[in-house]
Write a protein that binds this ligand. Structure first.
Ligand code: AQP
Length: 329
């Protein structure tokens, strides 16, 4: 057993993974892989909280797992697995749901955003999504949860849920901390820089997919919405140009001053062209590794099966304890 701090983080196979997922989460998981005892999970049961196509889900799970490995998640060093392959996630989710006040779930902004306009026909899984996420994290006694800014509220709720359970039934769970990198914690849509870049958002020019062809990447950046001003500076009042500069900063690792100096006196066309080149350069090795990995489907099956083998004993040990203290055994 490792004595490094334990990390858990998940990603939904709800569409093609995009640059926001990469900058806000995946690259941080990869960068810090050596420092932690890592559990990374393709959270397919989260992806069914909104209407979906079963055939599509099946292939998205495989695509996402392969993309994570192609991005640099090393299945030897990190435990990589699919949520539904470890049934303890849903068992713990139900047990936590029973001690989570309704009001805690109703005030989640993701629930409010995703349920807008659906009235009472909204799936109740969308409301209880955060208790499943809390179960994902608490099952592995993870201390650290690296996420993008949009998931901060859910990790804070997981802390509250863990605290409440520990009070009710005795010390059972490590109370997890969200870890959010400053640069790129919320990448915005290229077609509308006031909305977060999302897998499930419609619009061909909204998100840059991690497997997009170079030509498509150029096209998406050339159409990115900016504004009618000319100077290229980070300015929260100008979300379009700031979003492009933020992506540039996250991928180049340069400071905002250096980047502003580089583009001083230049136009939006230059920024978009340079940024597209940087993104193409970053994603090219990922696409190549993805192609190699998916050439033989059995390789991925074996890697995912090995991930379950490593995850399950820990999940089972937590559940043994939880069933006991809750009077279910
Ligand atoms: N736009 C973003 N900028 C920075 N980080 C982001 N993340 C998501 N979008 C951005 C981070 O990526 C990780 C995995 O996200 P997820 O799959 O669990 O679900 P999500 O946060 O709801 O992401 P999407 O892409 O918007 O999916 P859909 O459209 O299905 O809801 C998380 O750490 C997240 O913070």
């Amino acid at each position: 057993m490792s004595n490094k701090p334990r990390v858990f983080s998940g990603i939904q196979p709800s569409g093609e993974p995009h640059l926001g997922n990469y900058v806000g989460a995946i690259r941080n998981w990869v960068d810090d892989q050596e420092r932690y005892d890592n559990f990374f999970c393709v959270v397919d049961q989260h992806a069914i909280t909104v209407p979906y196509d079963p055939q599509q889900l099946r292939s998205s799970v495989r695509q996402l797992a392969a993309v994570l490995i192609a991005c640099g998640i090393d299945p030897e060093r990190s435990v990589l697995f699919v949520q539904s392959h470890v049934p303890e996630h849903t068992e713990l989710a139900w047990l936590l749901t029973c001690s989570t006040p309704l009001g805690w779930l109703q005030r989640m902004t993701q629930f409010k955003d995703k349920s807008t306009g659906q009235g009472e026909s909204v799936g109740s899984g969308l409301l209880t999504y955060p208790t499943l996420m809390a179960a994902d994290i608490l099952l592995y006694q993870a201390a650290i949860v690296p996420v993008g800014d949009d998931q901060k509220q859910h990790v804070e709720l997981a802390r509250d849920i863990a605290g409440r359970f520990n009070n009710l039934y005795g010390e059972s769970f490590v109370v997890p901390e969200p870890v959010i990198r400053q640069v790129g914690a919320r990448v915005m849509g290229l077609d509308d820089p006031t909305r977060k870049m999302s897998k499930s958002e419609d619009g061909q020019f909204h998100a840059v997919g991690l497997l997009d062809e170079p030509k498509m990447i150029q096209k998406k950046f050339s159409r990115a919405v900016t504004d009618s001003q000319t100077d290229i500076v980070f300015d929260p009042e100008r979300p379009g140009v700031t979003n492009l500069l933020t992506i540039y900063q996250a991928l180049s690792g340069e400071t905002s001053e250096v980047i502003e100096a580089r583009f001083a006196g230049k136009g939006y066309g230059d920024l978009k062209k340079n940024l597209a080149e940087l993104v193409i350069e970053t994603l090219a090795p990922i696409r190549q590794r993805y192609e190699e990995l998916t050439a033989d489907p059995s390789t991925l099956d074996e890697l995912l099966a090995a991930g379950v083998e490593r995850a399950r004993p820990i999940a089972e040990s937590t559940m043994d304890h939880v069933r006991q203290v809750m009077g279910l055994r």
